[in-house]
Design a protein around this ligand. Structure first.
Ligand SMILES: Cc1cc2nc3c(=O)[nH]c(=O)nc-3n(C[C@H](O)[C@H](O)[C@H](O)COP(=O)(O)OP(=O)(O)OC[C@H]3O[C@@H](n4cnc5c(N)ncnc54)[C@H](O)[C@@H]3O)c2cc1C
Length: 462
């Protein structure tokens, strides 16, 4: 018994010793594991240093200047345009006086340097301005967008000193609007198929052909007209001209009877041996389509901003109505179905806003190829504004279908965004072409030194 007790005690003692050894071993293993873990953390934190401690924080804030521009335009639109917009729509009255005042505020040539009468502003300020204008009135926004992006900018970038001196300060100050004449009855998306012809006779060109859907047609002081000069087919034979409406042979044949943007002017213009001095050729012969497509890259950022503004206006109308309309003993804003529509609308607007501001920022940084970024913003914002306008009208019920409501106008105005300055299908072509380009040719946002308009990726298609 004693022996048994003794051997048991020895065994327990040995087990304890073993256990302690084991514990030591475990401790050792545990220590080694901790060491390994610490080394891993150290290595990982070094690899992630650019994320965790990046000095280049993503900055979504606006500068004081950008905030001032946004607030000034918002105040103007609320005070001077909102009160008259319904009446103007009914009378299909072009908002000439309001546009003149917006010009005085610097909204016509915002991207043009100050030495040429422009605002010398950045693209983010420009999209904020267009967003605020479109939030109240999409028709005024398109008049400003065309003048800024596809009239002033190509003139500033490609014009001679004499051309700029003659036209740019007046257009940038808003004393006259600009127009962009590319589309023809038989050539829209396929802009390389235009047939308007310009033939040189000494020191003038004679233009013959028809341009359709010219925004600001009949109210513009300067028209950028794209016509065929060479015998080469397709994009290479196209040249740009600066045409005044007073030139002999310039005829406004009719206005389009549109579904929306009823207070904006869209005209068909016929050139009948229209005489344009050689000094009014913009750029060299054959450069026209390159100039047009480059201008459209910047233009699309503006149209995306227009879409964001229209959608924001629609959302505000819907929220206001949902809070006041009652059904089944409560306001309709208390129904989850309505709340979900409003939540989806706001989320989509923010997504489009992000794409638009991103494209604007890239343009300000002089991104090598703006095209795909502008197209993504235009595509998403153009489709988004239609979904948002549909839902905003749905929230209004029958009153949304009445011409008494603002949302009915907004719904009609929104429809064109996915059509002009390149349809959604053409934006998808540009994006896909960029995506599928051979390695090394994909667009990267490498900033250039000078902030100049980005180049286009479209070949012939706008
Ligand atoms: C209100 C308004 C204002 C406008 N302002 C101007 C202006 O100021 N200046 C100007 O020059 N133009 C202007 N336009 C014209 C506008 O840019 C064209 O309408 C647009 O480019 C589409 O051309 P389209 O209408 O001829 O359509 P089409 O080119 O005939 O296209 C018809 C359909 O076919 C699709 N399609 C065409 N090609 C392809 C393809 N390769 N792959 C897939 N689908 C394709 C299109 O996406 C579209 O759905 C304006 C238009 C409107 C409605």
């Amino acid at each position: 018994m004693i022996a048994f007790l003794f051997s048991s005690a020895a065994c327990a003692f040995l087990c304890l010793l073993n256990l302690l050894n084991l514990l030591n071993l475990l401790n050792l293993l545990y220590f080694l594991y901790l060491l390994y873990f610490l080394l891993l953390v150290l290595a990982f934190s070094r690899r992630c240093a650019s994320i965790a401690f990046t000095p280049f924080a993503m900055d979504f804030s606006f500068t004081d200047d950008q905030r001032l521009i946004r607030d000034t335009v918002r105040q103007f639109m609320e005070a001077e345009v909102r009160p008259v917009i319904r009446q103007y729509e009914r009378e299909e009255k072009f908002a000439a006086a309001e546009l003149r005042k917006l010009g005085e505020l610097g909204c016509c040539g915002m991207l043009v340097p100050e030495e040429w009468g422009g605002g010398g502003a950045d693209t983010v300020s420009y999209v904020l301005m267009l967003e605020e204008v479109a939030r109240v009135d999409a028709s005024i926004a398109v008049a400003l967008s065309v003048t800024n992006s596809v009239a002033c900018l190509p003139l500033w970038k490609h014009g001679t000193e004499a051309q700029k001196k003659k036209y740019l300060p007046r257009m940038a100050r808003g004393e006259m609007l600009g127009a962009f004449c590319l589309t023809e009855p038989q050539a829209g998306s396929d802009s390389a198929a235009i047939a308007t012809r310009a033939t040189r006779h000494g020191d003038i060109y004679r233009l013959n052909g028809t341009k359709s859907w010219v925004t600001n047609g009949g109210v513009a002081g300067l028209y950028l007209v794209y016509a065929r000069t060479g015998t080469e087919p397709g994009a290479r034979g196209v040249t740009a001209f600066l045409v005044e409406p007073a030139f002999p042979g310039f005829h406004l044949s009719r206005y389009e009877d549109k579904m929306g943007l009823r207070t904006s002017r869209s005209a068909e213009i016929v050139f009948n041996d229209c005489e344009v001095p050689v000094g009014n050729r913009l750029g060299e012969e054959g450069q026209g389509l390159k100039i047009a497509l480059e201008a459209l890259d910047s233009g699309r950022v503006g149209i995306a901003a227009q879409a964001v503004g229209i959608a924001q206006g629609a959302l505000e109308e819907a929220v206001r109505y949902a809070k006041q309309r009652r059904a089944f003993g409560q306001t309709i804003s208390e129904f989850q179905a309505i709340q979900w529509m409003l939540a989806d609308m706001q989320t989509e607007i923010e997504a489009a806003r992000g794409l638009t501001y991103h494209a604007a920022c890239l343009r300000d940084q002089g991104a090598r190829r703006l095209g795909p970024y502008a197209s993504r913003a235009k595509l998403y914002a153009g489709e988004m504004v239609n979904r948002v306008a549909y839902k905003a009208l749905q929230v209004h019920g029958a009153i949304g279908y009445s011409r008494e409501s603002n949302i009915e106008r907004i719904y009609r105005d929104a429809r064109v965004i996915s059509i002009y300055e390149g349809t959604s299908e053409i934006q998808r072509l540009i994006i896909a072409r960029d995506l599928l380009a051979p390695a090394g040719q994909v667009s990267v946002s490498v900033p250039r030194q000078a902030a100049a308009p980005g180049t286009t990726t479209a070949k012939g298609g706008r």
